[in-house]
Design a protein around this ligand. Structure first.
Ligand SMILES: C=C(O[C@@H]1C=C(C(=O)O)C=C[C@H]1O)C(=O)O
Length: 358
């Protein structure tokens, strides 16, 4: 991807913080919220104009009329404004009203037709565009959407990590699945990633923990929902913070940097990493020895015409290893996952042996 910095140097802060209401509701709500946010030091406001809602009958945004209120509020408070666009018409309306930043929502990112329509409508335009992750945990769709927008000539591009729909998730509204944005950063180091703790949390008391985790992982920014009267919000009431609470939250966050100027830090970390390298080598040697035994078991099963999968043995392993893990202060769920992977590989290895013609 061809990328340029998202914002000019005097507009960029690290971390970049974008905040504002889930939806623009009335001129008063917008003005009072923005006034509070400016006091909290926020210079880029977010606000939904057209809202994609899962079920019909939910509030779907006030629509085009909100854009004229945004024009007023931008002038009055000297702020930049970001809105979500989901069609070429939205893009045209937003650009026509001087919107400064566009974002593509999670429900649009999943649909290449929608993303392509938006990309086509952006040809020849120079505006920062933020692409939210798709609702489902598919990094390919996320990258595909970023690439489509980038191919249209948008080089001021960033990703927003807003979490993933998950049937079994109990704590969060959307599972963070941190490994996915980490993978995105690994593949595209120049691409800024902004975390959206509001949509991951779904509940305002969980927002600070997610925001801190994002900073601990060296994310480039945060986009947080804030409303002057959250409980009365027409959408996402449970997850919005007052501008005052947002200000307190931002002051409580610990900022981390990618490196330390302390010369001792690098050498100490290097030392620890050398030890980790050694342990990793031992882990792999141990795994290799285990696989060798599994291969022998496979040969033996073949000679005796015995099935590969042995339920009783597997059950014993699956129950005992997490127990052993506990006494070593390892997370049993983590060990369960590792052994599921090891077992799947053992089955593959033995299948190759049993499938071989003599
Ligand atoms: C290695 C064996 O085959 C399979 C693989 C196992 C493993 O990886 O530990 C356990 C049970 C079997 O499903 C075995 O039967 O012991």
């Amino acid at each position: 991807m061809n990328l340029k910095p998202l914002l000019s140097e005097n507009q960029a802060s690290k971390p970049l913080v974008i905040a504002g209401p889930c939806s623009v509701e009335t001129p008063e709500q917008l003005d009072r919220t923005v006034a509070g946010l400016v006091e909290a030091g926020i210079r880029i406001i977010r606000g939904g104009v057209w809202k994609p809602r899962t079920r019909p009958g939910s509030f779907e945004g006030v629509g085009d009329i909100a854009l004229s209120w945004i024009v007023d509020v931008k002038k009055r408070h000297d702020v930049k404004f970001a809105v979500e666009v989901a069609s070429a018409r939205h893009v045209e309306q937003a650009l026509g009203h001087g919107i400064d930043v566009l974002w593509i929502g999670a429900r649009s990112t999943v649909n290449p037709f929608t993303v392509q329509e938006i990309a086509d409508s952006l040809k020849g335009v120079d505006i920062p565009v933020l692409v939210k992750n798709p609702v489902n945990a598919d990094i390919g769709l996320w990258i595909g959407a970023l690439e489509r927008i980038n191919k249209a000539g948008i080089e001021r591009l960033a990703a927003i990590h807003r979490g993933f729909s998950n049937f079994n998730e109990k704590l969060y509204r959307n599972s963070p699945m941190w490994q996915i944005p980490i993978e995105l950063k690994t593949r595209f180091p120049e691409l800024p990633i902004i975390n959206d703790p509001s949509h991951i949390s779904g509940q305002r008391h969980l927002v600070p923990g997610i925001a801190q985790m994002a900073l601990d992982l060296n994310f480039d920014g945060l986009i947080i929902e804030s409303h002057v009267d959250p409980d009365a919000a027409w959408s996402d009431a449970a997850q919005q913070l007052t501008p005052g609470d947002l200000s307190t939250l931002l002051r409580s966050l610990h900022l981390r940097s990618g490196f330390s100027p302390n010369p001792k830090f690098a050498s100490q970390l290097e030392l620890l990493r050398e030890k980790v390298d050694e342990i990793d080598r031992q882990l792999l040697e141990t795994l290799s020895r285990r696989m060798h035994l599994v291969e022998q078991a496979g040969e033996y099963k073949k000679e005796n015409n015995v099935a590969i999968f042995q339920l009783e043995r597997w059950r014993e392993i699956f129950e005992s290893r997490p127990e052993w893990a506990k006494s070593l202060k390892l997370n049993p769920a983590f060990i369960r996952e590792i052994f599921q992977l090891i077992h799947a590989q053992s089955i593959d290895v033995q299948e190759r042996i049993l499938g071989k013609k003599d």
